[in-house]
Design a protein around this ligand. Structure first.
Ligand code: SF4
Ligand code: SF4
Length: 291
């Protein structure tokens, strides 16, 4: 699997989009979902407003009970969507749709900058404050669906204290979730666990498609948000190290495209429907280290 790279070799470089294709597309998908989560309740297209004891459907005020129907319907669609996606495409919900996944990825980037064993006290404080801000924003994103957010400033409203209690509880929970970054998605997230234990099928599997081109630079490994070895994980049936954990984000392919294009080498990672046969040494990782 070793590859010799000529020193000073130059070659046409892929465009920025080609090098970041999946990152760009995923961010568009994630941000579209977050945009809808903000816009739908803010403009009363669908909203329950516990503080004012009413709901809205397409801007029209209705009773609280009437407003619950579309919310229960949306929750049902959400549950079905996760099941169907998982059955066909694996955990794409986590990698492309879940706003928690997007926030966790953002946090992970800052965590690696500000919360490492070598981080200074100032950096750690920055990370704590940053996490607090993202936790508050994340709580408000969801609370905006069930109340007029101005309730937090109106002491006379009967929902004032209950809403503050809910807000503080949610923010505490999200603080824990966001503080640990992508580890939340790897270990704790109930939706993630549910997708691992229910039937799943990854129709498209990221894997090493050009074994000879791989230089073992490990960029794909370093950039996998689920801490997998993307080159061989599709062969492993394990909750934490195998295909069950893969969120189909394809960061590994973007990373490989960038790393290989700099060396004028073909991209080694790709997406397959059928996995090519591999020997046990490859699957165990032994043959990947022979360079
Ligand atoms: S193996 Fe690739 S597609 Fe799967 S989670 Fe890791 S980076 Fe994403
Ligand atoms: S990024 Fe590409 S070349 Fe580097 S280790 Fe991964 S598959 Fe091999």
């Amino acid at each position: 699997m070793s590859t010799t790279v000529a020193q000073g070799q130059s070659c046409p470089q892929p465009s920025f989009f080609e090098k970041n294709k999946f990152t760009i597309l995923r961010n568009i998908a994630y941000l579209t979902v977050i945009f809808l989560l903000i816009v739908l309740p803010t403009f009363n297209i669908v909203k329950i407003d516990i503080a004012r004891n009413q709901s809205f459907i397409f801007g029209k005020p209705v009773s609280l009970a009437e407003g619950l129907a579309p919310v229960i319907f949306a929750a049902g669609i959400f549950a079905i969507l996760v099941i169907v996606l998982n059955l066909i495409l694996g955990r794409v919900f986590c990698g492309w749709i879940c706003p928690g996944g997007w926030f966790a990825e953002l946090q992970e980037k800052f965590r690696r900058m500000w919360w490492t064993p070598k981080s200074k006290a100032g950096e750690k404080i920055t990370y704590i404050v940053f996490t607090l801000i993202t936790s508050v924003l994340f709580s408000l994103l969801f609370l905006n669906w069930v109340t007029d957010l101005r309730v937090f400033f109106y002491k006379t409203n009967p929902s004032f204290i209950p809403m503050w209690l809910v807000f503080l509880g949610m923010t505490g929970m999200f603080y824990f979730e966001l503080f640990i970054g992508k580890r939340w998605c790897r270990v704790f997230c109930p939706t993630g666990i549910y997708q691992k234990i229910t039937p799943y099928h990854h129709l498209y599997k990221p894997t090493l498609v050009n074994v000879d081109a791989c230089t073992d630079c490990r960029e794909c490994v370093k950039n996998c948000p689920m801490a997998l070895d993307p080159r061989r994980m599709a062969y492993i049936n394990d909750f934490y190290k195998g295909i069950a954990a893969c969120i189909e984000c394809y960061n590994c392919i973007d990373s490989c495209t960038k790393a290989q294009s700099e060396k004028c080498l073909p991209v080694a990672m790709g997406i397959v429907k059928e996995l090519p046969p591999r020997d046990p040494d490859f699957i165990s990782g032994k043959s990947l280290q022979k360079h």
